[in-house]
Unconditional design. Structure first.
Lengths: 355, 355
DNA sequence: TGATACTCTGGGAACGTTCCCAAGATATTG
DNA sequence: CAATATCTTGGGAACGTTCCCAGAGTATCA
């Protein structure tokens, strides 16, 4: 009864303050902060009874450790940055999910920034994250060479950087995770050819990023091998959004380019093009077959469903997070490159027979 | 020259350490930390020369303030949580963009958590954010009543909560931002009727959230007014994903329900249903017209383009962030509700003439 | 019995900053 | 010239925590 009144008085006093700290517990139990800390950290140098009393009191007073104090003490923020060209398509979201899978259980927070496919914006994002003192950064970049020195500087100043999907030039010694773009693109072109297509358009991504060049390389290699390569069918787009695909398709039709299929750098490009073609009354896949390179659920949520190279996006995020943790734990650990396997999934957009 | 050597020696010494602090500057310039602090904070009680020397040295040694120390001092983490049912459709991304617009310039970090439409997960997310000591939380909930007490408790323990889109019951005194679901749904039904549709299906969202009920209410009111209401056309779905729309459409066809149009709770439901119908050879909009309630770019990136109630999603995020800042600044400030205007945009999915 | 080992607890520095207080130096005033 | 105001700086506490060091008390040993 006496104890109860004492608790109430104490709680009342506390309610004025923001939050129960270790000092409050120390005062309440007439112990030192050292002892409280030991009790809460399961230190062996403490009497079992004392420990129980502390734990009970912590429960009663609603004690929660102050992570900021811990972070200051250990010189970490337990937060990491995630920088992507955009977050409005499921691509980045899927990767993010993988990142979360690894990092949240470890107590890390993830701070997301979008570069809007703008290298300047990307640069600002990186500097902002640095000013936030993040412990590391996972990034999908939007231009291969533009911010090269910034990456270098940031790493040198002590913030590890891990790249995924679009990676920087090889001169930079960093951990990264990617898929074998060249081979998978090649296989997809073989598939289109095996479906009887001969005039295959490639909607190529920005030539400032490696994947784009790799996939275009696979496309070109196979078509050349089959004597089907036609430079006019290689279409450069400005970006990788729905609109860019739409615009590219319109340009092809306007220029009366003859083609019977499209292989697009991303699912957004593919869908944008497909929508435009359908709006013009063109049948997919009968007149034009369409294939993409992606891994999001978009491919099965359009009509007709899209044949595509399905990248293991969540796995990609998990791998990137794992590589980052390696670097955070020991910044002199060697950089690693993880190459993930992507699989080709054939769906209605290429499987209907050609006219 | 002498100074230069001195700098190099100092830099060399620093390179062993993690980071330049105010103390390093103090030592380097033979000043006190107080003076350094004053110089860096533009305090007026400092000699202009001293200030310049400090700023110059800070530049040279690459000084960056330690935010964690600041956070500890001021009892804030300068971070807020963003809890959403999912992040893989552009809905949440769009809102997030608005949140970023307001919060990043103010130096806040945003931590995103997905509840996967699971109230238990949502609860865990909230507690996790609380353990991160976030200064506030913006949330789109996934079940109206399930976590009611948790919201209450979290607010009581001092973390302000702001709701958007799906909001909790009125018994909770909180800030929130929403659109007028009932009226906009009503207007959309009027539109379908004016297009000559009489058998309008409603793919209703989960009945555990307010919007869902509101939109269904608008649907029912207008149809009743026109003597067109038919309970069999009100379809409850399990979730709001593409699949749920697909399943609902399949069920309607399997049960040979007669209908000439669909009004869906979200664009994902609408698109899922539309894809299934098209796969079954049904023409949209000629045989079935489709309308949705959303605000993402999905509506213009499908074929045919979707008529929909376009919510100002980015604005929604900005409003929520603004309301949250109010609460963070002064937790006794009165709760506010912001009701945003959504506009109806008519597109091909309803505009083609009915057969 | 005296020396030694073990158990448990308290004191206080440290993480990086801000900011209050005090104080020395200089300028201003009557 | 003494008194006072102004400018500029340094000292040190505080934010919440961990952890090293020291020391009091008790148990163990020869």
């Amino acid at each position: 009864m006496f104890l109860c009144v004492r608790l109430l008085l104490f709680l009342n006093k506390l309610s004025m303050m923001k939050r129960t700290t270790i000092k409050d517990l120390a005062q309440y139990l007439s112990l030192s902060t050292s002892t409280i800390s030991r009790a809460l950290l399961n230190d062996k140098n403490i009497h079992a009874d004392t420990k129980n009393r502390v734990i009970e009191a912590a429960q009663k007073l609603g004690y929660k450790p102050n992570v900021t104090a811990l972070n200051l003490k250990y010189g970490k923020t337990k937060s990491i940055g995630f920088v992507v060209p955009e977050m409005t398509t499921p691509f980045s979201s899927k990767v993010l999910q993988g990142v979360h899978n690894i990092l949240y259980p470890l107590g890390y927070k993830v701070i997301i920034l979008q570069s809007d496919e703008d290298p300047l914006r990307e640069r600002e994002n990186l500097l902002l994250l640095e000013s936030f003192n993040v412990d590391g950064i996972i990034i999908n970049l939007c231009h291969e060479t533009h911010n090269q020195e910034i990456y270098q500087e940031i790493i040198q100043r002590g913030t590890p950087l891990v790249f995924f999907d679009r990676i920087p030039q090889n001169t930079l010694d960093v951990s990264k995770v990617l898929v074998d773009d060249h081979i998978k693109a090649s296989l997809m072109i073989e598939h289109l050819i095996s479906c009887g297509r001969t005039k295959i358009v490639h909607l190529m991504g920005p030539s400032t990023v490696r994947n784009s060049v790799e996939r275009a390389g696979g496309y070109q290699r196979i078509l050349t091998k089959h004597n089907l390569y036609d430079a006019q069918l290689m279409v450069k787009t400005n970006g990788v959004g729905f609109d860019d695909g739409r615009i590219a398709a319109k340009k092809l039709l306007d220029n009366k380019v003859q083609f019977d299929s499209i292989f697009a750098f991303t699912d957004t490009l593919a869908i944008g093009a497909m929508n435009y073609l359908q709006e013009q009354g063109i049948k997919v896949p009968e007149e034009i077959a369409i294939a993409s390179f992606s891994g999001t659920e978009f491919s099965v949520n359009v009509y007709p469903q899209l044949t595509s190279v399905e990248q293991p996006l969540t796995k990609m995020g998990e791998s990137a997070a794992t590589l980052l943790i390696e670097k955070i734990k020991d910044d002199s650990s060697p950089s690693r490159t993880i190459i993930l396997d992507a699989k080709l999934v054939y769906r209605a957009s290429t499987l209907g027979k050609a006219l």
